[in-house]
Design a protein around this ligand. Sequence first.
Ligand code: K7E
Ligand code: CUA
Length: 655
Amino acid sequence: MKMKSIFKFSMALSLLAIMVACQPKQTSRNLGEGSSDAASRVYIAPGQMDEFYAFLSGGFSGQVSVYGLPSGRLMKVIPVFSVDAEKGYGFNEETKPLLQTSFGMVPWDDAHHPELSQTAGIPDGRWLFINGNNTPRIARIDLTTFETAEIIEIPNSGGNHSSPFTTENTEYVVAGTRFSVPFPQKDVPIGSFKENFKGALSFITVNPETGHMEVAFQVLLPAFSYDLAHSGKGKSHGWTFFTSYNTEQSNTLMEANASQFDKDFVAAVNWKKAEEYVKAGKAREIPASYFHNVYDDKTHMATSEEKKTVKVLIPSECPDMVYFLPTPKSPHGVDVDPTGEYIVGAGKLSADMAVHSFTKMLKAIENKAFETTIDGIPVLKYDEILAGMVSSGGLGPLHTEFDANGNAYTTFFISSEVVKWKVGTWEVMDRVPCYYSVGHLMIPGGDSKQPFGKYMLAMNKITKDRYLPTGPELNQSAQLYDISGDKMQLLLDFPTVGEPHYAQAIPAGLVQPKSKQYFSIAENNHPHVTKSEADSKVVRDGNIVRVYMTAIRSHFAPDNIEGIYVGDQVYFHVTNLEQDWDVPHGFAIQSSRNAELLIMPGQTETMFWAPDRPGVFPMYCTDFCSALHQEMQGYVRVSAKGSNVPLKWWVGNQQ
Ligand code: K7E
Ligand code: CUA
């Protein structure tokens, strides 16, 4: 820490250079790679703010974490698919519906790919989408509140991995199934994979005003594993590209059996054509069950709706809608360069990386240069669509992002490095090691039409000896590189929350001015809101007791309650009356089998409590809100069932 304060002074660099030069080689603290020069470039002085917001997926944590770049400072963890006790997410009554699915409430998921909404192909800072892989879902996070605003379940899918990857104007986010499943889902022998299983690619519309999602249609493809996707841009706007593996259609020992063929496919879906078919009534409306959950900022509640049908397009009935682009070998990522011309398929078992040309693809379609047809889907001739090969010498390519200067950056998992290459000439420009086993990488705006560039973040699966050991489980981590020069330079390591698969980053100025500070109490339409302390009350209806409670620095009203009985079902509807930034109040009561509430200014949240024994139980505010926060407390008296204690509540002397 002492080191850091030195950097406050402008002479820091030369001073440090002298110090290092004067010291013997064996220092107690090795400054490591990049050292002083790198440190100054990621150092954000206390009180200063970062240049970018970065949103990292939490992988199996089910959450999204928000970091500042270049500092790597963690600013928030946004709960999305997993319940989060810190924020009461999925514990309070208001957010529980967000986690509803056709299987009931599913309190966890595996969150992989954050994707910012775009306007004209450029991240616009309105929303962040992310897929839930395990119980197929897509979530939308509102970037004015940094909270999950909506989750939609994806029907007829098993593992929503190639998702959400928005189109140029956020017309759609997409969802391709990683595990093909019986279509429709039913009890069949697993061995009947080839006849009964299918792979659905879903297109989900996003309302340009509200952001609300709706499954517009699904395209039914053969039972392959649809791994990743990216939507076209510029000249390829109107198409979305999905990689596939297991075109062998095996259902066991996949590590060997799904690696037999020389090439698998990139499925190119012309979604504008698909829209025409839907309009022309070509879609089959089939029964389905999936949930659509929306949080409302005025009622401060989420509601769930079950959807019962979905529109499905069958490629054999809809010519010209889907093509297969042969791509070596079990491709993982598929990435489209900023011009929209080049489609990079990262064949993870292939030495070289095939880049397809969109222009050549259109020509091959026009010339009917087809190798064969699978279930009505033409397979284009590989040689006719190939733009070039990137021979990097790297092993295990996974993902590619782009900068604004015509360069691409690809991660190699096995050789644990990022390789920079020139789009168009396919020439390798630079390579840097990652510590270790890099998966995704991210450049701010690096999958958009206009990369913001400057930094590249590598997300590593294995960290081995990079941090102090923490038992058997070691953190995953991110590494920040400066890419503004010819050579990439490692600047910073920082540990992550969960396993980040992908990330997005955006200049702070596109998000920061819209950040909400509090909710208007006047506009609070929660059905159980209490808009002033005078309105606070306790209402009994049979064994259901509703406490209409307010919170303001530094007391609850009421803060004394009597006449609650064992067996009652108590709902604390707590409204935070504050109308100021950064003044949440918390709420907790002894023995509650719930998390706390964390109520933002102007918001109402509800805790359910079922007292199981007589006594007097304390409740208190959990968030240090003022000098008298510790005094923000009260009592609830619980009496035996059938006893005669009257219902009473008060604060101060107004008993
Ligand atoms: Cu995008 Cu990790 Cu889900 Cu590759 S996946 S690493
Ligand atoms: Cu309210 Cu502490």
